[in-house]
Design a protein around this ligand. Sequence first.
Ligand code: HEC
Ligand code: HEC
Ligand code: HEC
Ligand code: HEC
Ligand code: HEC
Length: 230
Amino acid sequence: MAQIFPKALNPIAKMIVLGLPLLAGATGVTGAAFYRSSYATGVGEIPPQPVAFSHAHHVGQLGIHCVYCHTSVESSGFANIPPTKTCMNCHQQIWQGADLLEPVRNSYKTNTPIEWNRVHNLPHYAYFNHSIHVAKGVGCVSCHGRLDQMNLTMQSSTLLMEWCIACHREPEKHLRPKEEVFNMRWDASMAGKNEATGKPYTQRELGLELKEKHRVRDAVTLTNCSMCHR
Ligand code: HEC
Ligand code: HEC
Ligand code: HEC
Ligand code: HEC
Ligand code: HEC
């Protein structure tokens, strides 16, 4: 058989035939990896805040309930950030001279809200609603991680569509009794003994029972595009 290309061209020809698609493939892979990297998703990032507010101190140590500050989380789609008045309920007495709290006192005096930087931020075309998750027994910790151990607040889940869908497909992996939604330390073994097996509940067994009890819809309905893109 006659050679079509002279031998000397071979490496170049190879680069054109094999190399280019490989290169394109590589950028594709890098693109996907970037999309999922913590840099792109914001996981683990701590945005700077005007006041060094610590959930570890206020929740973990002092035991203040989430709803004392995030009053609307059970009743509305949006979980509010507390107004300065809520902080002053305590800080008019406690640590009232501390430098760390100067921006809080100043906000109160001048009646201008503290400008907290958002930690989580979904794109506007994705619809999210807190109240339904709370009502169906999805714990804050399942999406926000151990806030009771965080000094400055950071994002612990990717918030990517695949993350939302993984749970919408198998919510039984995460459902808990409604009264445990705010409990950062709960796990299924605390639900006692499963009469059916005679052993402590596993998350799966309890989750499947709660899925019925809380009337959680099926995976086909919950992964329908129009559920989150309205
Ligand atoms: C004493 C008041 C207080 C309590 C109690 C409290 N928080 Fe917060 N929370 C704040 C403040 C202030 C911010 C805004 C500053 C920040 O991001 O750290 C915030 C921010 C957050 C954010 C990030 C919001 C964003 O910008 O995306 C989440 C999530 C959150 N809180 C969840 C919780 C959960 C869950 C609990 C209960 C386990 C809780 N908080 C208890 C005051 C409170
Ligand atoms: C229920 C009472 C209470 C409320 C409400 C409260 N705090 Fe505190 N806060 C405390 C106490 C008590 C301490 C001292 C904690 C310590 O030293 O262990 C403290 C400490 C602090 C500190 C010092 C640093 C630290 O974490 O120890 C800052 C800053 C602070 N609070 C900000 C806020 C802000 C901002 C709000 C409102 C969003 C707020 N607090 C609401 C009780 C409260
Ligand atoms: C199913 C996952 C999920 C659960 C459960 C959940 N959150 Fe969130 N949370 C999110 C997402 C996603 C955002 C970002 C929403 C956005 O950017 O529009 C968010 C944002 C927040 C914010 C910022 C304000 C807002 O509404 O955007 C606060 C405060 C907050 N969550 C508190 C809580 C508390 C308190 C609980 C428990 C009662 C809780 N969250 C349970 C996923 C969850
Ligand atoms: C850890 C589990 C979990 C995660 C993570 C989760 N969800 Fe859900 N979601 C649920 C459950 C459970 C329901 C209740 C389903 C029902 O009522 O049938 C629900 C319901 C919803 C609903 C229905 C609201 C309504 O009014 O019918 C929307 C919208 C939604 N989720 C959006 C999201 C988005 C967007 C994300 C990701 C940012 C997300 N969810 C992440 C468990 C989760
Ligand atoms: C449970 C909630 C949920 C469901 C169901 C859902 N999405 Fe999404 N989707 C999201 C969230 C949250 C984002 C933004 C985060 C991200 O980019 O991953 C998103 C982003 C997107 C994007 C833009 C980002 C990208 O990946 O290019 C497209 C396109 C999209 N969704 C299409 C769909 C289609 C088509 C369906 C139905 C097969 C669907 N979504 C079902 C939550 C959902």
